[in-house]
Every structure is written in structure tokens, then in C-alpha cells.
Design a protein around this ligand. Structure first.
Ligand code: FES
Length: 130
């Protein structure tokens, strides 16, 4: 894992927190992990990328996104992005950024995304202290 530190900026301290072993992840099956009081939903994509977002669905108010549906969204111009769709009301977010991509007529509610690193078979998220 490459740790990148920027000596000029950090407003908040960030550290890498180990969540699980890479081998505990299954392709396109979410896993939930707890860091402090925060639930994180982890996903191993078909291309081997691991993504982490908040497990909290801001539309239903439930911690369910780790049980959501992994997919993709295609945009005019050819961009295809990995998405997670809530198992409850079917809103979708960009798994890379947490930006909502399907609101089903509601206001835009984004979710937190976390940087992920895989090192020596272990999965870490970049965690910023509040
Ligand atoms: S958020 Fe559930 S129906 Fe709109």
C-alpha cells in the first residue's frame, strides 16, 4: 500500500483502517464493516476493484446498501460507471464517488465514499477523524 501524505494541508488526520481480508469478499456481493459508529459497505467488483461507501441509505433511512445490487450505469458519450442500487427504494449511487445517479424523482442525496487500499491480502479504508 502506498501511503500518500501531504504535509501542507491536512485539516483532519487520516489513517488507514483495516476492514477484512480480501478473500472474505465475493464478487458483486456486498459486505458491511464497522469503523467506530460508522457502517461501511464494501464491494468487490468483477474487474477486481474494491469500493467502499456508507452503508446508510439516505432515502429509506436504513443501513442496507451492503445488501444492494451492484451494477453499472451508462451515460451519453459512452461513460460506464459502477453503481450500487438500494434494495429498498432502488435509488442508485456511483460506487466510486457516492454521487447519486438515480433518485426516482426525489431530491439528490449523496453518500460518503471511502478510498480503499488492498495490501498483503488485507482491505483498508482511508478514515478521516472527525
Ligand atoms: S424513497 Fe421510497 S418510494 Fe421514494
Amino acid at each position: 500500500m502506498t501511503m500518500v501524505t501531504n504535509p501542507t494541508t491536512p485539516v483532519r488526520a487520516a489513517r488507514w483502517v483495516r476492514l477484512c481480508a480480501f478473500e472474505q469478499l465475493s464478487v458483486e456481493r456486498g459486505r458491511a464493516a464497522l469503523v467506530g459508529d460508522t457502517q461501511i459497505a464494501l464491494f468487490l467488483l468483477a474487474d477486481g476493484t474494491v469500493r467502499a461507501v456508507s452503508n446508510y441509505d439516505p432515502y429509506s433511512g436504513a443501513h442496507v446498501l451492503s445488501r444492494g445490487i451492484v451494477g453499472t450505469a451508462a451515460f451519453a458519450g459512452g461513460a460506464v460507471i459502477p453503481t450500487i442500487t438500494s434494495p429498498l427504494h432502488k435509488q442508485s449511487w456511483d460506487l466510486r464517488t457516492g454521487t447519486v445517479v438515480e433518485t426516482h424523482g426525489h431530491d439528490e442525496r449523496h453518500i460518503t465514499s471511502f478510498a480503499v487500499a488492498v495490501d498483503d491480502g488485507q482491505v483498508f479504508v482511508k478514515w478521516e477523524e472527525a
